[in-house]
Design a protein around this ligand. Structure first.
Ligand code: CA
Length: 255
């Protein structure tokens, strides 16, 4: 009996060591030391220069950004996937930005939407807000301003008045990435913080492993589903074994 338990324990330790090795050696899993805000954003912008500048700037500020270049693609991505926020240009091929927004809202999609408008176009701003935009920003813009507006929007829509969100005795500062547990600082890597943020914004919901992988790695990066297990086990080790429940066959849940 005792020998059996020992064998199971040994197997688990061996498995997690192997998974750690995989994480360290899979390309795209190594840049784990830079703070990222744990926010997944859909950018719908057809202009290549503006699109690339925003992608680079927001990635540098720690966001995971996926871009659509037409209204139709953007509409489908926003409908099918779970984004923390959307940046929406209005003048788009195939489907106008305003139409994209109206459709989402008519279908009950609630993610915060930041609309990009041309300078001085106050009618667009009013029309956008009436159609369900949460905020707008005028071109030309500064990327840090967009990053700040996005963070504010996400805090507002997830019901957190400050940049600190807490759950049981865990506190997470979205601005600095600092985490404390029972008032003691806890060292987490950027990806661990992103995963923790994702869970804390979705308490009580079962999150499939595929959704976590999508959130953790941008579209073009490698998605290894077993690396998710590694991050889950690290979070449990650092913040408490009961923090995240495994729901067999469905995913994980934080209560
Ligand atoms: Ca445009």
């Amino acid at each position: 009996m005792r020998a059996g338990r020992f064998a199971v324990g040994f197997q688990l330790i061996f498995r997690s060591l192997v998974l750690e090795l995989i994480v360290r050696h899979v390309p795209g899993c190594q840049n784990d030391d830079q703070w990222e805000a744990g926010i997944r954003v859909l950018l719908i912008e057809d202009d290549d220069e503006i699109g690339s500048r925003l992608m680079d700037g927001l990635a540098g500020a720690g966001f995971t950004v996926e871009r659509a270049e037409t209204g139709t693609d953007g509409y489908c991505m926003g409908k099918e996937q779970d984004y923390d926020a959307v940046i929406l240009d209005l003048g788009l091929p195939e489907m106008e930005g305003m139409e994209v927004l109206k459709r989402w809202r008519a279908e009950g999609a609630l993610m915060p939407v930041l609309v990009l408008t041309a300078r001085g176009s106050w009618t667009e701003k009013i029309e956008g807000l009436n159609a369900g935009a949460d905020d707008y920003i005028t071109k030309p813009f500064h990327v840090p301003e967009i990053a700040a507006r996005l963070r504010a929007l996400i805090r507002r829509t997830s019901g957190h008045a400050t940049s600190i969100i807490s759950h049981h005795d865990i506190k997470l500062d979205l601005g600095s990435g600092r985490v404390t547990c029972a008032d003691k600082p806890v060292e987490l890597t950027a990806r661990e913080i992103r995963m923790l943020t994702y869970f804390m914004h979705r308490l009580g919901r079962i999150i499939p492993q595929s959704e976590l992988a999508e959130h953790l790695y941008a579209l073009e990066e490698m998605r290894e589903s077993n690396t998710i297990e590694v991050y889950i086990s690290r979070l449990r080790r650092k913040l408490g074994a009961d923090l995240i429940t495994t729901v067999r066959g469905l995913g994980y849940r934080m209560d």
